[in-house]
Ligand binder design. Structure first.
Ligand code: SF4
Length: 229
């Protein structure tokens, strides 16, 4: 029988977590170009490029892309073969095609902008729950949760630490956790911090537990790579 879901952390624990994470981010967060904008198009381009691709490979392509296609309108007017060849060598050619189709839909139905509400964002082919949360929190500063691989790993290790992290029930629980943790203020920084923390400290193999600011209270501390979940 599957074990019952672990309880959500009480409000004082949520507050402590937010404070520690934001303090860490203000000192150690990476300065990345998509963190200096709240333009929905720029945010969308970065989010789609970052799917399954490392930041250092995305950086030059992000600049080149925005130079060539500075807006939804410019991208919508480009032809598909030009779009996929500009994407090269990032790979996964489904991604530029999706971006192109989102641009055409944004121009055709939303005046060349992205809508801010979750339901309409999710109606775009190529925008799933994570991307919708990223656009809402980064571009529109709404209190929206995100859950990608890095965030799921961080939240699982810190707050849960047992059970199958890949199960459907766990994913649902992790979304709930992300939703109760996201603060009313500083949403942009908080969600960026969660992703950065997972990419640089609580990494998949060999997380930096010895110097981790979340070690106190982390249910996985110290994380041992081959320990059963
Ligand atoms: S103590 Fe280790 S497992 Fe826990 S959050 Fe920090 S790096 Fe991750």
């Amino acid at each position: 029988m599957p074990s019952p879901p672990s309880p959500l952390p009480p409000p004082p624990e949520r507050r402590r977590f937010r404070q520690r994470l934001l303090t860490w981010y203000r000192r150690h967060g990476r300065d990345l170009p998509w963190r200096r904008t709240d333009d929905p198009y720029h945010i969308l381009v970065s989010e789609i490029m970052l799917q399954q691709t490392q930041v250092d490979r995305v950086l030059p392509k992000y600049a080149e892309w925005l130079d060539k296609y500075p807006s939804f309108q410019a991208l919508a007017e480009a032809n598909e073969s030009d779009v996929t060849s500009t994407w090269y060598p990032l790979g996964y050619n489904i991604r530029p095609r999706r971006l192109h189709s989102i641009a055409r839909e944004a121009v055709a139905h939303y005046g060349g902008q992205l809508p801010a509400d979750e339901e309409t964002l999710l109606s775009f082919e190529g925008i799933g729950a994570y991307t919708a949360g990223a656009i809402r929190s980064f571009a529109f500063r709404q209190r929206a949760a995100i859950l990608d691989t890095n965030v799921a790993r961080v939240l699982f290790r810190i707050f849960i630490a047992r059970g199958d992290p890949k199960s459907h029930a766990m994913k649902k629980r992790l979304w709930q956790l992300s939703a109760v943790l996201v603060p009313v203020r500083h949403v942009f920084d908080f969600n960026q911090a969660l992703m950065d923390f997972g990419a640089t400290v609580c990494v998949a193999r060999k997380p930096k537990c010895a110097t981790c600011p979340m070690a106190k209270g982390c249910r996985s501390y110290p994380f041992v790579a081959d320990r059963p979940a």
